[in-house]
Each structure stands twice: as structure tokens, then as C-alpha cells.
Design a protein around this ligand. Structure first.
Ligand SMILES: Nc1ncnc2c1ncn2[C@@H]1O[C@H](COP(=O)(O)OP(=O)(O)OP(=O)(O)O)[C@@H](O)[C@H]1O
Length: 308
């Protein structure tokens, strides 16, 4: 449903998106995660036909975003990371304005707007002025706005950013409902675990390049080659760290209090050998454990150092 092929976008000499290729199946939810400035918004703006690529191609529903932008716009609902709302309008008036812009037949508008407000849990705020809504409510109204022409594809640039935990949960629930309706969703965030809860595929982008892309249940496994071991010792911490650094399966050792955080690229058998080398060397190992397959950890591991 969405495809980019060698997509590249430069701002002057700076490559914000660098030879990015990805494919998002119809009906799936693709989580686009990356640190600030990674190129998520730029990629999404190209897909939303607001920016032209410098090189490469992007397609939505088979339409080239440069060749047939009008067709693409009809297919997508795009929610930018920052958007203004017209404060002097009520929630209903705001949606009526967009329904008009998308030429929704007049006779259908009020039922449609009622349904959309219900979907985004804003029925009680139908006649409230937009400037009286909380940030979370404004975000949900923005989501309703991008659904006004019943698009098949949603491109949502950090829809949960700046929201408190409760508002994030509400947003997540709405997105799940949209998935249930069969929409294809491309959603970005800085927060991998949050995306993992609702997406089926995760792409991690940094410095304009896709550095990991896998089904959500495999993204941790994909980087399992870089798991982190936490080894607590009674003493001789630095010495033990030095010993472990000699292993070619260990790429980094950090000391945190009385624990070593060991970045490890081997398999389970190698871990046993590593522990055995500590024990046989007489190091007083208190505990030895793999850090839980924490997705935030995965994210930090794969993005570590690339952007710094
Ligand atoms: N109009 C512009 N002119 C010049 N550079 C830009 C422009 N827009 C973005 N950039 C740069 O391109 C890079 C990618 O920005 P982009 O907004 O796509 O990243 P992002 O992953 O969405 O980041 P964030 O999570 O902070 O929104 C950044 O270094 C940014 O400073």
C-alpha cells in the first residue's frame, strides 16, 4: 500500500532521508521510530505529497506521489506533528470546514461528524470551542479531521507526542479501533515500546537510513545479537570488565555501581562460557542476567552511536 524505493531528500547539502526503501502492506500498521532529526517527518511529508523527493520514488496505493499527488491525497489522511486549529470554531464547525474542503456531500456531513466525534471520544465536546480543548483532545480532533474523507491510509506523525499517560492510552485505543477498520497506518514515535503495542512491523530510522526493519515480534530478535548482560559482582569490577572485553563476542562494557553492563553479540552457549570464565577466574559473581528484551533497550542499542 505504501512503498518507497531509494527515497532520498536533501535540504541543501544535508541528506535528511538517505536511500530509504520500505514496503507497508495493506491493512498493516507500520511503526516508524527514530531519534529527533532522524528523517521521519521528512519521509512522511514526501508520502503526504507535501515535499518532493530529491531522488528515488514513493508510492501510495500504487500512485507515484510526484506524478499523481491528487490521487494520493484522496487515499491518505495525514496528521502532521504540529498543526494549528482554528480557535474561533467549535469542534463540529472545525470538522464541517474540512468536510467542505473534501467535498463530503452536505447531507452526509452531520452524521459523519457525529460518528467521528464518537470515534475519537469527543461527543461531549461537539459544541466546545477548539481553544478550550486540552492538548489530548486537540490531537484527537486532528485525528478526526484526517479521517473526514474516510481515507484508506493514515500517516500519523507522532500523534501521541506531548500527551500525558492517560491521553496516550486514549490515543492508542483509537488507533487500535482504526486498525480494526482495516486502515493501513504509518505512525511515528520516539518511543519504541509504545509503537510495539499497536504495530505489526517496526522500522528504525536514523540519520535518514533504515537501520532495522522487522515484524514487531522479531525486532528484538533481530538485534538479539546485541543483547546486554547485567553482571553484578562483590568486587574486582574493573578487572572483571577488562577480562570480558577480551572476548570477541563482547563489544562494550560499562560499569554501573557494582554491575557490569556487557554488550554481547554471541549466543546462549557463549554466555555460559563467559560466566564460566568469570567463575573460574575467582571473580565474586553475585548475579548474571540478560537484560529483559526491553524494546527501549533494543532501540537504544541499534541507534547507539550512529547519530552521536
Ligand atoms: N526545511 C528544512 N530545511 C533544512 N533542514 C531540515 C528541514 N526540515 C528538516 N530538516 C532537517 O532534516 C533532518 C530530518 O528532520 P525530520 O523532521 O524529518 O526528522 P524527524 O525524525 O521527524 O525528527 P523529530 O522526531 O525531531 O520530528 C533534521 O536534521 C532536520 O534538522
Amino acid at each position: 500500500m505504501i512503498r518507497t524505493v531509494g527515497l532520498t531528500k536533501r535540504y541543501g547539502n544535508y541528506k535528511a532521508v538517505d536511500d530509504l526503501s520500505m514496503h507497508i502492506e495493506k491493512g498493516s500498521c507500520f511503526g516508524f521510530v527514530g531519534p529527533n532529526g532522524a528523517g521521519k517527518s521528512t519521509t512522511m511529508s514526501v508520502l503526504a505529497t507535501l515535499l518532493e523527493p530529491t531522488a528515488g520514488h514513493a508510492y501510495v496505493g500504487g500512485y507515484d506521489v510526484v506524478e499523481e499527488p491528487a490521487k494520493v491525497r484522496q487515499l491518505i489522511g495525514y496528521m502532521p506533528d504540529f498543526f494549528g486549529v482554528y480557535d474561533s470554531l467549535t469542534a463540529v464547525e472545525y470538522l464541517e470546514f474540512y468536510a467542505g474542503a473534501y467535498k463530503v456531500p452536505k447531507e452526509n456531513r452531520s452524521a459523519l461528524i457525529k460518528d467521528l466525534l464518537e470515534l475519537v471520544n469527543l461527543s461531549g465536546k461537539a459544541d466546545a470551542f477548539v481553544d478550550t480543548l486540552s492538548r489530548g483532545m486537540k490531537q484527537r480532533l486532528g485525528l478526526a479531521r484526517c479521517l473526514i474523507h474516510d481515507p484508506e491510509v493514515l500517516i500519523l506523525d507522532e500523534p501521541a507526542s506531548g500527551l500525558d499517560p492517560r491521553a496516550r492510552i486514549e490515543m492508542k485505543e483509537i488507533l487500535k479501533a482504526l486498525r480494526g477498520m482495516g486502515k493501513t497506518i504509518l505512525i511515528s514515535s520516539h518511543i519504541l515500546p509504545e509503537l510495539a503495542e499497536m504495530c505489526d512491523t517496526i522500522g528504525i530510522i536514523e540519520q535518514g537510513k533504515m537501520i532495522a526493519l522487522a515484524p514487531v515480534d522479531q525486532i528484538a530478535a533481530q538485534v538479539a545479537g546485541h543483547r546486554v548482560l547485567r553482571i553484578r559482582l562483590l568486587d574486582r569490577i574493573e578487572e572483571a570488565g577488562y577480562l570480558l572485553e577480551q572476548s570477541e563476542l563482547v563489544t562494550n562494557v560499562d560499569i554501573e555501581g557494582n554491575a557490569l553492563l556487557v554488550t554481547y553479540t554471541g549466543d546462549d552457549n557463549g554466555q555460559v562460557t563467559l560466566l564460566a570464565s568469570l567463575v573460574s577466574g575467582g571473580y565474586p559473581v553475585l548475579s548474571y542476567a540478560e537484560e529483559a528484551g526491553n524494546l527501549e533497550e533494543v532501540f537504544l542499542t541499534v541507534t547507539k552511536g550512529v547519530g552521536s
